[in-house]
Design a protein around this ligand. Structure first.
Ligand code: CA
Length: 237
């Protein structure tokens, strides 16, 4: 049986296949979100936080392998790839990149549901543990509690809380998940302001306010501007 509210993100551009898979998954008690391309898939992934992703390899634009890499940079979520029978190389590549299983087309939808259950059983303990750990991020003397939406600055035995807007919080969390990696403004907008048509200067403005708050709390120079590229979070010596 499906645990309450378990959700699946299905990334599949062939509508007939997507419809029938959604039907089978929903009949089995899963909530199902559906995307037909990579951009929409990542948007839904960040919003829905699914328990498992069913990811087609052959998609228009970004293919499933690229999307898997983007997913893996952010999350250990279980992923099952949907592949064509002749996709042997892609099967190997996706397993190497961290897919948990793959299913060849054409498939029996009931078998897909069975494999979803099997992968969830195999990975759920691990994934939930990692998710719990990932909800507490520490960079230099910043402690970011993602589930409580709190940022604390530690000074020896003292600590003070930062009052951030939702966007400032999202930006700080996103940068802190991969400290010292440089992100372009486009990546930051895509990850932290996906629902808006924000321009580069909007990101600059949010980051400048965030930087000011960090500086006032004693964390100057943490957000570094990389000229011509974007921004990164610097964790110090
Ligand atoms: Ca396809």
């Amino acid at each position: 049986m499906v645990q309450k509210n378990q959700s699946i993100l299905l990334v599949e551009d062939e509508i007939e296949i997507a419809d029938i898979l959604q039907l089978y998954l929903q009949n089995d008690g899963f909530n199902c979100a559906h995307a037909t391309d990579g951009r929409r898939a990542m948007e839904l992934f960040r919003r829905v936080k699914p328990d498992l992703v069913l990811l087609d390899i052959r998609l228009p634009g970004q293919n499933g392998i690229d999307i898997l890499q983007t997913l893996r940079a952010e999350s250990p979520v279980p992923v099952i790839m949907l592949t064509a029978l002749t996709d042997d190389i892609n099967k190997l590549v996706s397993l190497r990149l961290g897919a948990d299983d793959y299913i060849s087309k054409p498939f029996n939808p009931a078998e897909v549901v069975a494999r979803v259950h099997a992968v969830l059983r195999r990975t759920s303990g691990i994934y939930q543990q990692q998710t719990k750990e990932a909800s507490l991020l520490k960079v230099a003397n910043l402690l970011i509690d993602v589930s409580r939406h709190r940022v604390t600055v530690e000074h020896g035995d003292n600590s003070s809380e930062l009052a951030l807007t939702l966007t400032e919080f999202r930006l700080l969390e996103f940068l802190a998940r991969q400290p010292e990696r440089c992100f372009s403004r486009f990546e930051l907008i895509d990850a932290c302001l996906p629902e808006s048509d924000a321009l580069d200067r909007v990101i600059d403005s949010h980051l400048s306010k965030l930087r000011k708050k960090l500086t006032e709390a004693g964390c100057a120079d943490m957000i570094e501007t990389v000229r011509g590229v974007g921004y990164r979070l610097w964790q110090g010596q």
